[in-house]
Design a protein around this ligand. Structure first.
Ligand SMILES: N[C@@H](CCC(=O)N[C@@H](CS)C(=O)NCC(=O)O)C(=O)O
Length: 202
C-alpha cells in the first residue's frame, strides 16, 4: 500500500490525490499539518530532508518528494503520460512551467492571503510582483488553451493535473479568471474527467 504524507489545503498535494483517485490506486493518507511545523520534525526530515509535503512512500519504504516527480512516477505506463518521446517531454515542459512560472506566484499568493500575510511593506511589494507574474503565467495558458483542448497530445495528461491544481483555486490568491474564457472551459473539461476528485477530498 502506498502512503501519502499530505496537507489537505495543499494544491501540490491535491495533484497527487487527484491522480491516485483517477488511477484507482488505494493509499494511506498521513495528514501532516504544515502550519504546526509537522514537516520540520526530525522524524519527517528523515523521510524528506526538504521538509515538505506531498511525500509519497512506496511499498518498500522508499520516499519520493516533489509533486510533479510523483505525478511522473505514478502515471508511467498509463494513458495520462504519453510514452512517445516528444509528447513525454512536452508533459515535462508544462510541469516545469508550472513549478517555475505558475506555482511560485499563484500558490504563494494564495497561501499568504489564506494564512496571514503580507504582514509588512516588503511582503506587500512581493505580493504585487507575484500578481504580475501569476497573470503572465495565466496569459500563457490562455493562449495555449485557445488553440487546443489539452496541453499535450490532444488528451488529458498529468500536465493538465499539474496546472489544474492551483489554477482552479487561483481566485483564492487574488487572481480573477473572468478574462480567461479558454482557461475556464478547460477547468470544466478537467472536472468532467472520470474519477475526478474535488480539492480537500481524499
Ligand atoms: N515543489 C514542491 C513544493 C512543496 C511545498 O512547497 N509544499 C508545501 C505545502 S504546498 C509545504 O510542505 N510546506 C511546509 C513547509 O515548508 O514547512 C512540490 O511541488 O511538491
Amino acid at each position: 500500500m502506498l502512503t501519502l504524507y499530505d496537507y489537505l489545503d495543499s494544491g501540490n498535494g491535491y495533484k497527487v490525490r487527484l491522480l491516485l483517485h483517477q488511477l484507482g490506486r488505494p493509499y494511506t493518507l498521513v495528514e501532516t499539518d504544515i502550519l504546526q511545523g509537522e514537516t520540520r520534525t526530525p522524524e519527517f526530515l528523515r523521510l524528506n530532508p526538504n521538509g515538505r509535503i506531498p511525500l509519497l512512500q512506496l511499498e518498500d519504504g522508499t520516499c519520493l518528494a516533489e509533486s510533479n516527480a510523483i505525478l511522473h512516477y505514478l502515471a508511467q505506463g498509463t494513458p495520462l503520460l504519453p510514452a512517445e518521446r516528444l509528447a513525454h517531454a512536452q508533459v515535462l515542459q508544462w510541469m516545469f512551467f508550472e513549478q517555475y512560472n505558475h506555482e511560485p506566484n499563484i500558490a504563494t499568493s494564495r497561501f499568504w492571503l489564506r494564512h496571514g500575510g503580507p504582514p509588512d511593506d516588503l511582503r506587500r511589494a512581493q505580493l504585487e510582483q507575484k500578481r504580475a507574474l501569476g497573470y503572465a503565467a495565466l496569459d500563457v495558458m490562455e493562449r495555449e488553451l485557445a488553440a487546443r483542448p489539452w496541453f499535450v497530445a490532444g488528451r488529458y495528461t498529468v500536465a493538465d493535473i499539474a496546472l489544474y491544481a492551483y489554477t482552479h483555486v487561483a481566485d483564492e490568491g487574488g487572481f480573477d479568471l473572468a478574462r480567461y474564457p479558454a482557461i475556464r472551459a478547460w477547468l470544466q473539461r478537467v472536472r468532467e474527467q472520470p474519477g475526478y476528485l474535488s480539492f480537500a477530498a481524499h
